[in-house]
Write a protein that binds this ligand. Structure first.
Ligand code: GDD
Ligand code: MN
Length: 362
């Protein structure tokens, strides 16, 4: 029978939680035609193998194993896009979300009482329970406030990873999704192009029993990036903004090093300037590796190779900068300030374009 509800379950290192998850869905969704789609990013603990072992004997279970990629939001998107059911839900694979409210969520959608139903920890009846540490609770509350400032509709728990919606609505907005970070629901609400009618169903966030959380500082950075991207209407690529920001930090590193070596220290200007350039480029490379290209992070021997290539790319960028600025100035096209700025802009765009294709290859 074709399922009425597809339950998409993003998983990374959740092997121990797969079988209990299926059992709980089975109990919670009795009487409803459902399917579960585990989306695993090739977890080293063998999550996909566990899911596929169950899928081999239970036709309601499917598993998408993605290789060479990581990301909660993109995993959810791909899972939902693989569904043919009229309604889809997303639920964490670590048993922290309360699957027993799924029928209520589905009923609200079927009655057209809402276009998105959110499992909410922040409204009357919902709790964050044991599931969040005090620090995480602060981050979560702060994030919710920030998100609500950006949202056209006010939502109690805009950071929820637990929600359901009719598949056609998702199919419509899917091409506009950012697809980075953890905040898939926020991305959906911001990408709809109009305020969606939202309903929230309270639940108590459970403590994690097996495995560990994958939310780290990088994920929070991506959250900021998502808001910035939507604020700019998606005109400037997120990665470019990160790259430019890292570049600005590089300037600070450069000036600091120069001050240490030349201003305070013993070196002459040119050796100090060269050393500062090298330090700043290395800092930029490492920061870009951790932030801008965290999904393509270089490690081991690839790191050394990438660094050398990055020096080369930046060196050419610097030469182009000086050359262009010189030409604009010579031909009297711009005054020195604008000529310098044009050269610098060109360098950032060049460094970004070449880094994105050669140093951190997609
Ligand atoms: N496929 C895939 N790829 N799944 C992932 C990835 C990834 O890169 N990272 C995390 N997941 C899965 C986890 O295995 C888990 O099932 C679910 O996504 C949530 O990840 P957790 O690491 O457990 O997140 P959390 O519990 O700290 O965060 C929860 O609260 C946040 C708000 O405070 C989640 O519900 C988030 O969705 C929510 O935004
Ligand atoms: Mn979790």
């Amino acid at each position: 029978m074709t399922p009425r509800l597809s339950v998409v379950i993003p998983c990374y290192n959740e092997a121990a939680n797969v079988a209990p998850m299926v059992e709980r869905l089975d109990a919670a969704l009795a009487g409803i035609a459902w399917e579960a789609i585990f989306v695993d990013d090739d977890s080293p603990d063998g999550t996909a193998a566990r899911a596929k072992a169950i899928a081999a004997r239970d036709p309601r279970i499917r598993c998408i194993r993605r290789v060479g990629r990581r990301g909660l939001a993109s995993a959810c998107i791909e899972g939902i896009l693989s569904s043919a059911a009229p309604f889809v839900a997303v639920i964490d694979g670590d048993l922290q979300h309360d699957e027993t409210i799924l029928p209520q969520m589905l009923a609200l959608l079927e009655a057209d009482r809402a276009e998105v139903v959110i499992g909410s920890r922040n409204i009357e009846g919902g709790t964050k329970g044991e599931g969040l540490s005090p620090v995480r609770r602060m981050v979560s509350d702060g994030g919710a406030a920030l998100a609500n400032a950006a949202l056209p509709v006010k939502v109690g728990d805009p950071m929820s990873g637990f929600f359901a919606l009719p598949r056609p609505i998702f199919d419509d907005l899917a091409p506009r999704l950012t697809g980075t970070g953890f905040k898939i629901l926020l991305d959906v609400l911001l990408s709809a192009g109009r305020p969606l009618r939202v309903a929230e169903v309270p639940y108590a966030f459970r403590a994690r029993e097996a495995g560990e959380s994958k939310l780290d500082a990088g994920v929070l950075l991506e959250f900021g990036g998502l808001l910035a991207d939507k604020a700019l209407g998606g005109l400037v690529p997120l990665r470019f903004m990160a790259f430019a920001l890292v570049g600005a930090i590089g300037v600070v590193v450069h000036v600091a090093t120069l001050t240490l070596l030349y201003g305070i220290g013993p070196l002459d200007f040119w050796p100090a300037q060269w050393a500062a350039t090298l330090v700043a480029m290395t800092a930029n490379f490492l920061l870009n590796n951790r932030i801008t290209y965290r999904d393509r992070r270089l490690r081991g021997p690839g790191l050394a190779r990438g660094l050398l290539l990055f020096y080369l790319v930046c060196g050419m960028g610097a030469a182009a900068n000086v050359g262009i600025a010189g030409l604009l100035l010579r031909d009297g096209l711009l005054n020195w300030g604008l000529a310098g700025a044009a050269g610098a802009l060109l360098t950032v765009v060049w460094n970004y374009a070449v880094s994105s294709t050669l140093v951190w290859r997609p």
